[in-house]
Design a protein around this ligand. Structure first.
Ligand code: DC
Length: 694
């Protein structure tokens, strides 16, 4: 979703309801690899479906594993992926594998394929996106080469892409302890822990960590999942790990992937900031029984003021202290979720300092630099160092509308979306008493699709629980006569902005259709108004584009017929019908924004719309377009009759006593007689951009 250049978040003022977390990325990719290496078939329930897990699945398929999807049978009704593994034996000895920007795929696969190629023979090339080629892997390579693994740097030494090679029958030098640095990324140790059980048949394999191990909770996840696949790694403390002789991967049959605790952090923060009415924000998928280290983000959020209840698989968050309290915290144990604290810091009443975050510099982007830059765009004062960031709170009047660069980093997009709750900043602070609140700021998220790395439906989840003052939700109205192309233009503009779409004509068309179904006469104004008031009309998407259901029955094609249009034109002249449909139309004004097309969107329904467009085209052009449209659908049509119909309908729409068709005084006129659809869309988007504060 939101495959668009930017998404504008309107100012948000509350959050409540329930969010279902997508599966954990860390667990998903480990489970996929383990299932792919094990003997037997593993049913993986609630796997995360995202960019990072897709590249891992692609890799497994390339290596000869069988992957089969089954919909709607998972423990939670979700999908199940059946992975039949290799049983530790390479089925494919040569492959090119693209791993995007997934560190959780690159590091373990590099180790695994290095070990398998060295012992069973093979030639594998691992590569990714340009940023992947800037993310270090040298410490892992340095740990593997002394064993006898042939690893070739194909670009900058110490970084992907890599070639892994070897001859069948090769032996690895596993008698001596295998040393790996633990202070740059814990993924190097994870990679060895996942790969070396493949060569532990004849002797114990010992791994020794050099330097202080960072991000220990991720090693816990690795050990926990190894145990489920039959490998009981022994360790005392975080220095020495022993994979016992005779270890071999065995599928546990079925594995459930818990919700992503790092993804939960955005909603825990949202609850702490914005769940200030009665109802809490409930997060389902991760809770008190989570094996993920980032669940400890909850403690940090509580320290800042959140009220959190939890149980197995769920959290409930409510605002507690307000404003939030600034904290100083060593974030070594929650490196990813800690980013969320940096944005929560804006809502505090004292500075927040996050220490122990050097690893941020080698993630999807240099997250310390990125976070500092983007928080400053919002108006914040930020100090950064090699391994820390300090953020001053933002006072209510100091927020600025900002276009947030996301650096192809999902977490930047998700964290910074929390800035949209700025209308709440300092709201109950004593300094605000008696003052009129400063204007709330929208927040533009550039390249919002980057969330697909771990949480493809993040913004949908956000809009599902966040509330906005309707006045703050932008509306673009596109009014105009029949067949001017409003519908097409409005849909394209809504698509380009990620906004909701209101095709108000469909409401009148559906009312007309309902009157036919129920035999309500065109003169029965009260009867028509009653139908309009109870209109059970739903919109959605089907394979052929937008669809509509009236009383549960699909009516998309029917609503678009000329007959339905004529009937609509009649019922729409009834004042009581118009007022009965008013509330339904206003309800479409929801975050992030609305594009509404019709006859009176800018004049009556949304008189304060931020941009009003009045679209026209000559009657001849409109008749011609409609003619083409009908012919292309295999309907016969006469162009002169069509034109006469259009002009009659125009006259009725313009001359009726209520909400007659006319441009709003502040509407911008667009005659598209000589324009392509794309030209018209660009014109409207250009006008819109001029009105935005970014
Ligand atoms: O835009 P359309 O062709 O689907 O509209 C069908 C009829 O509904 C049209 O003749 C006028 C009426 N209509 C209206 O009166 N007000 C609107 N906002 C939208 C449509």
């Amino acid at each position: 979703m939101y495959d668009i250049p930017f998404l504008d978040l309107p100012p948000l003022n509350g959050a409540s309801g329930t969010v279902h977390l997508p599966g954990s990325k860390s667990i998903s990719n480990r489970v996929l690899l383990l299932a792919g290496l094990a003997a037997g078939t593993t049913a993986v329930h609630d796997l995360l479906d995202s960019d990072d897990t897709r590249v891992m699945q692609g890799a497994l398929a390339a290596l000869g594993c069988t992957l089969r999807n089954e919909d709607g049978v998972g423990s939670g009704g979700g999908r199940v992926l059946h992975v039949t593994g290799l049983g530790g034996q390479l089925a494919v000895h040569e492959a090119e594998i693209f791993l995007g920007n997934a560190g959780t795929a690159m590091r373990p696969l590099a180790a695994t394929l290095a070990v398998l190629a060295a012992t069973q023979g093979g030639n594998f090339r691992l590569h990714g996106v340009p940023r992947m080629h800037e993310r270090p892997i040298g410490d892992l390579v340095d740990a593997l080469r002394p064993l006898g693994c042939q690893i070739e740097d194909l670009g900058t030494p110490g970084y992907p892409p890599l070639r892994l090679r070897g001859q069948a029958g090769g032996l690895l030098a596993t008698a001596a302890p295998i040393r790996v640095r633990g202070d740059v990324s814990s993924q190097f140790l994870t990679a060895l822990l996942l790969a070396l059980p493949l060569v532990s048949a004849d002797r114990d394999v010992l791994i020794e960590v050099e330097g202080e191990l960072i991000s220990k909770p991720y090693i816990d996840i690795t050990l926990n999942l190894l145990a489920r696949f039959g490998i009981a790694v022994q360790h005392d403390g975080w220095q020495r790990f022993v994979i016992p002789q005779g270890s071999a991967y065995r599928s546990p049959g079925s594995v459930h992937v818990e919700g992503d605790a790092s993804s939960a952090s955005y909603f825990v923060a949202m609850g702490a900031i914005a769940a200030h009415g009665g109802a809490p924000l409930r997060i389902e998928g991760a809770g008190s029984d989570s094996i993920q280290g980032d669940i400890r983000f909850v403690d940090a959020a509580v320290a800042m003021g959140a009220q959190v209840k939890s149980g197995p698989g769920w959290l409930e968050v409510h605002r507690g202290r307000w404003p939030l309290a600034g904290i100083t915290l060593d974030c070594n144990h929650i490196p990813d979720a800690a980013m969320t604290l940096a944005v929560m810091a804006l809502y505090a009443d004292s500075p927040t300092r996050l220490n122990g975050i050097a690893s941020w510099r080698v993630k999807e982007t240099d997250r310390i630099a990125a976070m500092a830059t983007e928080l400053r765009k919002l108006g914040a004062t930020v100090t950064e160092g090699a391994d820390f960031i300090e953020v001053e709170p933002l006072t209510p009047g100091a927020w600025r509308p900002a276009a947030i660069h996301t650096y192809d980093d999902h977490r930047m997009a998700m964290c910074l979306s929390l800035a949209a709750f700025n209308p709440l900043a300092g709201a109950s602070g004593p300094a605000m008493a008696g003052m009129s609140p400063p204007p709330p700021c929208p927040v533009r998220i550039l390249d919002p699709r980057c969330v697909a790395k771990t949480f493809p439906e993040y913004f949908e989840a956000l809009f599902g629980v966040a509330t906005a003052d309707p006045q703050d939700v932008p509306v673009i109205t596109i009014d105009g006569p029949t067949a001017s192309g409003k519908g097409t233009l409005a849909a394209a503009v809504a698509d380009a902005l990620g906004y909701h779409l209101l095709d108000s004509g469909a409401l009148y068309r559906a009312t007309g259709l309902a009157s036919q179904w129920d035999g309500v006469a065109p003169e029965d104004e009260a009867g028509l108004a009653r139908l309009a008031g109870l209109l059970d009309l739903r919109f959605g998407h089907g394979p052929q584009g937008s669809r509509a259901w009236l009383r549960g029955q699909e009516v998309s094609d029917h609503l678009r017929t000329e007959a339905a249009g004529l009937l609509a034109s009649r019922v729409s002249a009834v004042p009581a019908v118009r007022s009965a449909l008013q509330g339904l139309q206003l309800a479409f004004r929801r975050a992030p924004g609305l594009v509404a097309d019709g006859r009176d969107m800018g004049t009556v329904v949304f008189p304060h719309a931020a941009l009003k467009v009045y679209l026209t085209a000559s009657a001849a052009t409109r008749a011609e377009r409609r003619h083409k449209q009908l012919i292309s659908k295999g309907n016969s049509a006469n162009i002169d009759d069509l034109r006469a119909d259009l002009e009659a309908r125009d006259a009725r729409d313009k001359n009726r006593s209520v909400a007659p068709l006319r441009p709003a005084e502040d509407a911008l006129l667009l005659d598209n007689s000589a324009l392509s659809i794309e030209d018209s869309v660009q014109q409207v988007l250009g006008w819109w951009q001029q009105r935005r504060p970014f």
